[in-house]
Design a protein around this ligand. Structure first.
Ligand code: NAD
Length: 353
């Protein structure tokens, strides 16, 4: 018998090549003023471009966003926002920059506008994260859902091929977790399945032709849906594994997801047969886990965690950390089986149930 709950998020999206040009008019319509533009140091020139576009509506640029949103960065940005009388932020960049905008929304009540330039999908979620003394604290709060998201595929043309592939598979993981589950929510699964289809189709084209704007647009669309699935749906063993590996061994976020995904799907398939079959269909393959593994090879992402600097001697600790505490998953999370999963993911071996 069908039974589910669904809490919508207040997404407000402007999508299209050249949409960045509409930023001033859109802020005006929303009555948003005194904008502090946020970027990483690497994307500072993009930040200046946005600040120029905004003219008097921009009060400044904070170009120090960093991976995992360190508390010290939040403090520094907060001080700048207060000194400049900022009333909103405009975050231009990937998940790290979006994360800083979310932290300022959470603690300073600043409206946040996000212009994503990767496939992280954070702009579609109510999840925030801040790292203090090496420990990342995360939570869900409606306050961090962006007031406005502008997707302009032209801004993703500069995302290097390797990062595009890994970031795209990070998005794929968010969507897959919400289909290959025994707790499938039908509304969330609709988003997730179209996200999987779009990403599976677009990512090989992005890797083959990074300047192909149609492929870039389709990948960004898929990432948006996948982020929407994460925002309104669930996480499971896969996200716990990534949190442990990324948090303990400081591996890059997107690549960690990309490598572990086929293995997590294989691990849980017997407890979510229907959903796992749906993932395979959406990917256009006969076996979801193998299909994801082969997609990773096709996109040229590293095959094994060993290539991210995780050594074999780290795996016992990782298995222990993953299995301590409850994990929401279709198949029981067992230390021995997780250790075996990690061995294959470490070696870059194909996934196995
Ligand atoms: P990122 O934001 O750290 O970006 C990586 C690098 O790529 C940065 O130097 C950035 O400036 C650069 N970059 C971004 N877009 C570019 C472009 N178009 N051209 C050239 N360079 C570009 O990486 P990410 O993978 O987007 O985000 C990872 C972070 O996002 C992690 O901290 C993760 O925890 C978080 N995240 C959060 C959520 C959520 O719902 N809260 C969801 C997904 C990811």
């Amino acid at each position: 018998m069908l039974e589910f709950k669904y809490q919508a998020l207040p997404w407000n999206i402007e999508f299209g090549a050249g949409a960045l040009g509409r930023l001033p008019a859109l802020l005006d319509q929303l009555g948003l003023e005194n904008a502090l533009v946020l970027t990483t140091p690497e994307q500072a020139s993009m930040g200046y471009r946005v600040a120029d576009l905004l003219g008097d509506t921009a009060v400044g640029l904070f170009a120090k966003a960093r991976m995992h949103v360190p508390q010290s960065t939040v403090d520094e940005a907060t001080e700048m926002a207060r000194n400049l009388g900022a009333k909103c932020t405009v975050a231009v960049g990937g998940g790290s920059t979006t994360g800083l905008g979310k932290a300022l929304a959470l603690h300073e009540n600043l409206e946040n506008v996000v212009i994503p330039t990767t496939y992280a999908g954070s702009e579609m979620t109510n999840i925030w994260g801040i790292t203090n003394d090496g420990r990342k604290v995360t939570g869900r709060d409606m306050k961090v859902v962006p007031t406005l998201t502008i997707y302009d595929p032209e801004l993703t043309l500069t995302l290097p091929v390797g990062m595009s592939a890994a970031s795209g598979l990070n998005a794929m993981a968010q969507a897959v977790a919400n289909v290959a589950t025994d707790k499938q929510n039908p509304l969330v699964a609709c988003l997730a399945l179209d996200g999987i289809r779009a990403l599976a189709e677009a990512l090989p084209a992005v890797v083959d032709e990074p300047d192909n704007i149609d492929a870039r647009a389709r990948a960004l669309y898929g990432a948006s849906l996948a982020g929407g699935a994460l925002g309104t749906g669930i996480t499971s063993l896969h996200h716990k594994l990534c949190h442990v590996i990324g948090g303990t061994f400081d591996t890059p976020h997107a690549e960690t997801h990309a490598i572990l995904l086929p293995h997590s799907v294989a691990y849980s398939a017997s407890g979510a047969e229907h959903g796992t079959r749906q993932v395979a269909e959406a990917l256009g393959v006969s076996d979801a886990a193998m299909g994801l593994y082969e997609l990773g090879r096709r996109l040229g992402i590293p095959a094994g965690l060993c290539e991210l600097g995780v050594s074999e001697s780290d795996l016992d600790l990782a298995a222990e950390m993953t299995t301590e505490g409850p994990v929401n998953n279709p198949v029981a999370v067992n230390r021995e089986r997780v250790r075996a999963l990690l061995q294959r993911a470490h070696d870059g071996a194909p996934p196995q149930a």
